[in-house]
Design a protein around this ligand. Structure first.
Ligand SMILES: [Zn+2]
Length: 124
């Protein structure tokens, strides 16, 4: 993924993390940054935007199960930010394929592609 594109996701991840932590100052800051990135981006302002994606049930369940555990989600967000720094963001951690942007737009903190997420889910 291009650096410019990664930066957009990084800002969304940071904004999402701030919101989950309930940090008002960081939120305000993130909102300002977001306004700028939205001016030249096609990403929606909502980190979770179910209406837009026409997702299958699996994707919705996956999202909901992640949202059930805020702590787990925060960990995923931190991890995703590390991958932005490492330049590997957007690659599936299991099989290495590029995670489709349609998926990243819904779950910017997901570490895997849909296929691998399904396989991991079955293991539990
Ligand atoms: Zn994969």
């Amino acid at each position: 993924m291009k650096k410019v594109e990664m930066n957009v996701y990084r800002e969304r991840l940071v904004a999402l993390r701030s919101r989950m932590r309930g940090d008002v100052n960081q939120m305000a800051e993130a909102a300002l940054k977001k306004t700028r990135s939205e001016a030249n981006g096609d990403l929606s302002s909502m980190p979770i935007h179910m209406a837009d994606i026409g997702s299958d049930n699996f994707e919705q369940e996956f999202t909901l199960s992640l949202m059930e555990s805020e702590e787990g989600t925060l960990e995923l967000i931190e991890h995703a930010l590390e991958r932005v720094e490492a330049g590997t963001f957007g690659d599936c951690e299991e099989c290495g394929v590029k995670i489709p942007k349609t998926r990243l737009n819904v779950l910017p903190y997901t570490p895997t592609c849909v296929k691998c997420a399904e396989l991991l889910e079955k293991r539990f």
